[in-house]
Design a protein around this ligand. Structure first.
Ligand SMILES: [Mn+2]
Length: 293
């Protein structure tokens, strides 16, 4: 019986790290469907990772995914025999009736895979440890995100004995790629909410200065996104993982008022900041409410 390990479609680093490391632990092939995101692409290039062919298997193990939309289209959900994820998924038992399911709320699915190495007393290879460790670091925003748990920290520390410490390098590479394709990146990670005529772009940076030097360009991109989608209000949410400071780039007076009042942001012209990282999912409802009120 051929069993294939798969991360979600277009996987992020968490998904790729889980599949790669679990493949090592279980001695099973892994592959991915779609295009890996920027961070896993950087590491796949660095280490010259080749995956097993993506052909239908007799059974599947899904990692960092427990939902149908994230599941590659050729996978028959009835053939999923194991699911490992870290986000609640209410219909998981209905959607994957034959799977052994492990869903536990930690900062990264990579933490759950790392724990299996610890429990089974297996030493991970440098490669597996490096991927898992970088995934935990990135997913928890360097442990500054509220989703980070003690379990994430523990596994991160354990993996440190085997991994190459590449997190800083990876964050710098990511910044470089963002700076090279700033407009594209802002457009890619733009979400909009027609009910509030609001659009929010997000950029997770590691060191904000080089981005703050390009305010006019950022404002220009936001303006054209507003125009394209017919939105009255737009801004950029820019958490800086290096310092744990959140930046907001914005011309809109009303949004500034909401961010000052509800999140304690301090503005100097179009740039606002506050201590502590805020993600778009944390600010969007508050801003929407503020715009309506
Ligand atoms: Mn994940």
């Amino acid at each position: 019986m051929r069993i294939l390990i798969l991360p979600p479609k277009n996987p992020d680093l968490d998904g790729v790290a889980c599949a790669l490391a679990y493949s090592e632990l279980r001695k099973l092939p892994w592959s991915y469907y779609g295009t890996p995101q920027l961070e896993p692409r950087i590491l796949i290039d660095r280490y010259g990772i080749a995956v097993d062919p993506l052909t239908p298997a007799d059974a599947y193990i899904l990692v960092d995914n427990s939902e149908l939309p994230g599941t590659p289209p050729f996978v028959d959900p009835k053939k999923a025999i194991e699911i490992i994820d870290h986000r609640p998924s209410p219909d998981v038992e209905k959607n994957f009736p034959n799977a052994k399911i492990q869903i536990e709320k930690v900062g990264a699915a990579a933490t759950l895979i790392g724990e299996k190495f610890i429990e089974e007393e297996v030493e991970p290879s440098t490669l597996a440890a490096t991927f898992l460790r970088a995934a935990i670091y990135s997913n928890t925003l360097a442990f500054r995100a509220s989703i980070a748990t003690e379990r994430d920290r523990k596994v991160y520390e354990f993996l440190g004995k085997f991994a190459e410490p590449i997190e800083g390098w990876l964050m710098e590479k990511r910044n470089e790629a963002y700076l090279k394709n700033l407009e594209e990146q802002l457009t890619l990670d733009f979400r909009y909410y027609p009910d509030a005529s609001l659009g929010i772009s997000q950029l997770e940076v590691f060191g904000a200065e080089p981005f703050l030097e390009r305010i006019e360009e950022i404002l220009g991109t936001l303006r054209s996104m507003a125009k394209i989608h017919g939105l009255r209000h737009v801004f950029l949410n820019m958490p800086d993982i290096a310092t744990g400071t959140s930046y907001f780039i914005i011309k809109d007076k009303r949004i500034k008022e909401v961010l000052e009042r509800d999140f304690g942001a301090e503005f100097d012209g179009p740039v606002g900041k506050r201590k502590g990282l805020l993600l778009r999912k944390q600010v969007k409802e508050v801003v929407k409410k503020g715009l309506k009120g």
